[in-house]
Design a protein around this ligand. Structure first.
Ligand code: SF4
Length: 329
């Protein structure tokens, strides 16, 4: 059976159930890299220049960990999944960059997704990908439809039932699901890209820490596409980046709907995120929301630094909530 490797990084949290279903329907076995470790980060970092962003270094580390474990590695070049909104340049060149810096990588299954080029080009790209497994176009079509159904179910589990991507993936694949904390000291919304929020090595287990401190955690994936898009439209008019809703839309929505605190996660040296997070920061200032904090992470960020900022932030929120209760009494 052909083995297809999928790195547990970058767009994994957005599309894994869809990709897994597609390849399995075509008779392949899917191999996913393990959760991020310091060794993966170091190996990925050693292949690129220092100012490459942290998520890309980690992605390359995941690819290296899959070498010799699979026959192909799936690395799509996702240029655009929305009209006139484009991905950051790292996503556009990901397959080429990987080929250049990891020559020992298994052959890369490289598909270009750009809906601005029309449906015909998209279907051609999908059939081209399927041809590595079968020459039967009907089988590829069936696999694509099943993959799309899986994606819709995945989105529904997150936006309809309030699961995070790792929880929804666990539910769909029958793995042990991480439980959500039921205590609600405060409601804290996290905004940012899934590869920042759900990679525990990058985020220093931020979600777990917030839940351990008895907070309810909200994330961008728990909102519907309509909620995200309308909040983005209120904040910036029109999205220019493919994944702008995860930052601007989620930030705008949670600031307006009164989460007790909003934390934005971004990585050092990321051009798109620095602009998007600034929009959210300005919105917070206009709404006079003082409980907004942005955390900029890189490979030198220490756990102690994150914990100190988090404790100070939660302390501020809890004191504010206590004051509100005293005023009401
Ligand atoms: S959006 Fe920023 S963090 Fe994400 S891949 Fe691009 S440069 Fe890196």
């Amino acid at each position: 059976m052909i083995k297809v490797g999928i790195p547990r990084a970058l767009l994994y949290y957005q599309y894994y159930p869809m990709w897994k279903t597609f390849f399995e329907e075509l008779g392949a076995e899917v191999v996913v890299s393990s959760p991020t470790t310091q060794t993966m980060l170091s190996s990925g970092s050693s292949r690129v220049v220092a100012d490459t962003c942290l998520p890309v270094k980690i992605f390359l580390g995941h690819v290296l960990s899959l070498v010799e474990k699979c026959d192909y590695i799936f690395i799509p070049a996702i240029r655009s999944v929305k009209r006139k909104a484009y991905s950051c340049s790292k996503f556009l060149g990901l397959p080429d960059m990987t080929k250049a810096v990891i020559p020992e990588s298994p052959p890369i299954l490289d598909i270009e997704i750009d809906i601005n080029k029309g449906k015909h080009r998209l279907y051609q790209a999908i059939y081209g990908l399927g041809r590595h497994f079968t020459w039967n176009p009907f089988r590829v079509r069936r696999a694509s439809l099943a993959a799309w159904q899986a994606h819709r179910k995945y989105r529904e589990l997150m936006s309809g039932q309030g699961l995070t991507p790792p929880q929804a993936i666990a539910r769909m694949t029958g793995e042990v699901e991480l439980k959500t904390s039921t205590s609600t000291q405060a409601t804290i919304a996290l905004i940012g890209h899934p590869y920042m929020l759900y990679d525990e090595h990058i985020s220093h287990c931020l979600i777990h820490r917030l839940e351990q401190a008895h907070n309810k955690v909200l994330t961008p994936e728990m909102l519907t596409t309509e909620e995200l898009e309308s909040a983005t439209a209120r904040l910036v008019g029109k999205a220019h980046w493919t994944y702008e809703d995860e930052v601007v839309g989620a930030g705008g929505h949670y600031l307006e709907t009164g989460a007790d605190g909003v934390i934005g996660l971004m990585t050092f040296g990321c051009g798109p995120d620095s602009q998007m997070m600034d929009m959210v920061r300005r919105r917070a200032a206009r709404l006079r929301v003082t409980t907004f904090m942005s955390l900029t992470l890189d490979e030198h960020t220490t756990e102690g630094g994150v914990v100190t900022r988090l404790e100070a932030f939660l302390d501020m929120i809890n004191r504010r909530k206590r004051r509100q209760v005293e005023v009401c009494v």
